[in-house]
Design a protein around this ligand. Structure first.
Ligand code: PMP
Length: 437
């Protein structure tokens, strides 16, 4: 139940007045389930908010957090170290492919995005190419809500009430094309040529002005847009050709979400210069994000005087003891329970289940990769809200947590989901889609 003062909490990304009339509250969590405020179990179809990849409250993480709060609360990590932060950085680097060997910690995906953009700008300046100041994002990409991430992000509704944002930003076209790619499984076969738009943007401005390109390898929160075969490879080729840094925002795709490997960079076979991550980094337990840098990026910052600050950037809570302890215990959990492999094993079953919704009323597309799926519904002609919101709201009260974005329902369950929980998820979802029709 809501407390008597319902106005104090200004909820993020929420229709606050609608919410107060029809609240949804969660008060407990364990494994695949939340508990709502009436004591009902709610099956977690979204890993919370794409973050609880190992399921809720894994034993190792809970124990590690108890241990750390009994030992230390805070360490000022400017010029002073906390040993577990070094350990966490090397464990994260070991999971990243290629020579992505250096880790800068922050507290969220938004901070990781802004950190990566700042590092890209500083990298070029330190190498004597200070004219490279332009940043390129993509339509329908989400990189958080900081001014950098919002500027390169491609969601109009997140940007347009905030004025001009960062100057010198261009956007690649998104790859969502229902005329060619509807109902494709895994990576669509068509659309790699959308990456060639990067050549056109480069030609427009001159390569010597461009610092970085940032994309989500798979756009999650704008409706599960899986990259067409060859698309990311093409972006990589063009960036390499012109000396532009390529940044992958793996805030959603990191930590086994696509199955098999830790990062999409590895499973999709394209190595960027910087990866940003958050969410699954601590299994959502403690706020934490990171930017992971390739050797050449890091080395650019190690050329100045040894007693000088290498990067004028950082957060009071970078490498916070609770966060790094949660991170280490989370990575142990992923490894000991083989969760990335498990996600790959169960993904085909998940794929069959989501595509069983094909043919239901108003379903115009179904997309999936690894343990992520998007079910796109036809927009309502006369709208009091979207069908997807209705499905999400009803699902919650029937014991299933989904996400919705516009007319798209998104699913990204914890990687521990069982076949019978997959069956339950899609039986319920199918029933609700029929009901809202
Ligand atoms: N990038 C991506 C791809 C995301 O999905 C998100 C959050 N959903 C962010 C960045 C921002 O992360 P945070 O909300 O932790 O700032």
């Amino acid at each position: 139940m809501l407390s008597t003062n319902q106005d104090a909490y200004f909820m993020p990304f929420t229709a606050n007045r609608q919410f107060r009339k029809t609240p949804r509250m969660l008060v407990g969590a364990d494994g695949m389930y939340y508990t709502d405020d009436a004591g009902n179990q709610v099956l977690d179809g979204c890993a919370g908010l794409w973050c609880v990849n190992a399921g809720h409250r894994p034993r190792r993480v809970v124990e590690a957090l108890h241990k750390v709060v009994d030992t230390v609360d805070f360490v000022p990590n400017f010029q002073i170290g906390y040993p577990l932060a070094f350990e966490a950085a090397s464990r994260v680097a070991a999971l990243a492919p290629g020579d992505l060997n250096h880790v800068f910690f922050c507290n969220s995906g938004s901070e990781a995005g802004d950190t990566a953009l700042k590092i890209a700008l500083a990298y070029h300046r330190l190498r004597g190419e200070g004219s490279r100041t332009r940043l390129i994002g993509r339509e329908r990409s989400y990189h958080g809500v900081g001014f950098g991430g919002m500027s390169v992000g491609g969601i109009g509704s997140n940007r347009k009430i905030y004025g001009p944002l960062l100057p010198g930003v261009d956007h690649l076209p998104h790859t969502h094309d229902l005329s060619r790619n509807a109902f494709s499984r895994g990576q669509p076969e068509f659309g790699a040529e959308y990456a060639d738009a990067l050549e056109r943007i480069v030609a427009l401005h001159d390569p010597s002005t461009i610092a970085a390109v940032i994309v989500e390898p798979m756009s999650g929160s704008t409706g599960v847009l899986v990259p067409p075969v060859g698309y990311l490879q093409r972006l990589r080729e063009i960036c390499t050709k012109y000396g532009i840094l390529l940044i992958f925002d793996e805030v959603i795709t990191g930590f086994g979400r696509l199955g098999g490997s830790c990062f999409a960079a590895e499973s999709l076979g394209v190595i960027p210069d910087i990866i940003t991550c958050a969410k699954g980094l601590t299994n959502g337990t403690v706020p934490m994000g990171a930017a992971i840098l390739r050797d050449h990026v890091f080395e650019a910052f190690m050329q100045g005087p040894e007693n000088g600050i290498d990067i004028p950037h950082g957060y009071t809570y970078s490498g916070h003891p609770l966060a790094v302890a949660a991170c280490l215990a989370t990575l142990d959990t992923y490894r000991e329970e083989n969760l990335f492999e498990r996600a790959a094993e169960i993904a085909p079953y998940f794929e069959e289940a989501v595509h069983s919704l094909n043919g239901l009323p108003h379903v115009v597309d179904i997309r999936n990769i690894g343990l992520v799926a998007g079910v796109e519904l036809e927009p309502r002609a006369v709208a009091p809200g979207t069908r997807a919101y209705d499905v999400f709201h009803r699902a919650f009260h029937e014991g299933l947590l989904l996400r919705y974005t516009g007319d798209i329902i998104a699913l990204s369950p914890p990687l521990i989901i069982t076949k019978s929980q997959i069956d339950e998820t899609f039986e319920k979802l199918g029933k609700l889609i029929r009901e809202v029709a």
